[in-house]
Write a protein of this length. Sequence first.
Lengths: 249, 394
Amino acid sequence: MNIIVCVKRVPDSETRIKISEDGVSIDPAGVKFVLNPYDEFAIEEALVLKERAGAGTVAVMTLGGEEAKETLRTALAMGADTAVLLKGAPSPDGLGTAEKLADAISGREYDLILFGKQGIDDDNLQVPAMVAELLGLPCATVVVDLQIDGERVRAKREVEGGHEVAEFDLPGVISAQKGLNEPRYASLKGIMMAKKKPLEEVEVGDAAARVEIKELMPPAERAVGEILGEGPAAVPELVRRLREEAKAL
Amino acid sequence: MASFAGVDFFKTDDLLSEEERAVRDTVRAWVDDKLVPVIGEAYTQRRFPKELVPQMAELGMFGANMPEKYGCAELNNVAYGLIMQELERGDSGVRSFASVQSALVMYPILAFGSEEQRTHWLPKLAAGEVIGCFGLTEPDFGSDPGGMITRAVKDGDWWVINGTKMWITNGSTAGVAIIWAQTGELNDSKTISGFIVETERDGFSAKDQQGKLSLLASDTSELSLQDVRVPAENQLPDAMGLKHPLMCLNQARYGIAWGAVGAAMACYDEALSYAKNRVQFQRPIAGYQIQQVRLVEMLTEITKAQLLCLQLGRLKDKGALHHTQVSLAKRNNVNMATEVAREARRLLGANGILAEYQSMRHMANLESVYTYEGTHDIHGLIIGEEITGLSAIT
Ligand SMILES: Cc1cc2nc3c(=O)[nH]c(=O)nc-3n(C[C@H](O)[C@H](O)[C@H](O)COP(=O)(O)OP(=O)(O)OC[C@H]3O[C@@H](n4cnc5c(N)ncnc54)[C@H](O)[C@@H]3O)c2cc1C
């Protein structure tokens, strides 16, 4: 089973984001970047599928600059076999990014393409379905359970208020939702081995940007919380505040 | 479970390589996910969370700075230190477990063992299949281990060992013990030697140390060896003299210098977030001068200790480290952490005495760390001798 996992370098959800002077991008200074958490589910699933099949490779791919190599090495440390860096600037235009990925994928051998369901930075949820469309492949997004029997893929998806089961034949595209599996930690040996695994670089140029970001705004400041007490003893005061101050009761 | 964002006022992250950061982040995530949620309860139940050992082994935390050919990750010493930092951010007892396994059991086998001993033991210890302990201290010989009265006497192809070892971390859990014993005349520190003793051998027994008020999530035991017979090939061939167990301790102390910073970071982080949330007199207590300065003092000391560790690690990786530098770092950082933990506990008010919060657990733990692996005083005397040329120890 040959699997390509497309991944993205995103700011850690714990970092405090500052908006740059230009008002349309974030200031990367002091921001910690990580492998997109949803992509971890995709990588884990790919590794498990490969282990189960007993053969094949897991390749990770990203569109980005030099700094995205660190993200690829995180995936290699988890156990991916090879990595491909498509050198070029990603764009807020999901289709622009999808075009670059689809172009690069189309010349390669694969049975399955995996994505995280969304990047936690832009929250667009566009790229997996667009890549499937561009490659003319079937696609199931927001998948919480995946069964593959021969060529047949059975994907359980999250839909509003419940689940849906979709089936298609390989090759195809899956985007992973939390709950699909429990991603492994990159082991310390894996981290050391990651440096020695192949990392291919391909110049692809910048992604098309038909969509333009006009303004970025931080969320409204949250008021500081207050600890009213501990355990049952705190309940009367909590109820009083909910009633008198929050008017919630 | 909220993940720990780190304490890095001086951007020391910039001084770490990508791999060093990756190692730190992996262990940090594991500590947040698996250790922090269970440690409060394990501590109050006075139990080492042994169920975590297979996961620690799988990640590669045991003997992480040792060669790949023995099943280890072969990290550099800075990465190894960062592992210890993160583990002790969780709990000193769990860090102690990893220190003993790595620096006090695997290291002597690697450094003073035969190739057969290495290939037999190291992969098993790295995989956590066998747990080890290190028996040097005796009831009457703590800071002065050279006076030990545990003896090993040769009997044909066997050594017969008799004696009692006290305060032994992992003692009751271990499948193998590195036992230090006198093979010659008492008080002759040159004839102290090390033995690999399987704990199931006849005459070997371990008894849990009762009544501890510190390091509760760790197994501390007394070992008794009564005519324990081990084959001659169980002796560590290159360990003759007190210098060798002290070299082991030096490895462990190196990790402790880093570990203490982790415990201090946990306490500072807890105190800072508590201070921002706890409102008294209609304001968060973080808005009052006393608490601000208290937090600043903690952060200042942590920052200094972080820089100390980093240079200590770089020196060790260059092979240019002197043992008195390790003494200085262990002494400074552990003492620093005891004070940070105490101040954090105080800032938390009544909540600060609960196991639900971390600070008092760290505060109590660090009293053990202050004492073991050479007390604070003894390290002072070691450094004192180095700078004055005069020994004040004996
Ligand atoms: C939780 C825990 C785990 C441990 N784990 C292990 C283990 O796994 N293996 C092992 O072998 N040991 C272990 N130890 C033992 C530890 O290393 C000793 O406790 C330590 O070396 C101090 O010895 P002592 O307790 O006998 O104190 P003592 O040596 O009796 O010291 C008592 C006091 O006298 C001071 N003192 C001693 N000598 C001098 C001097 N020359 N000048 C001035 N002051 C002096 C000391 O600083 C201390 O304040 C552990 C201890 C603890 C608490």
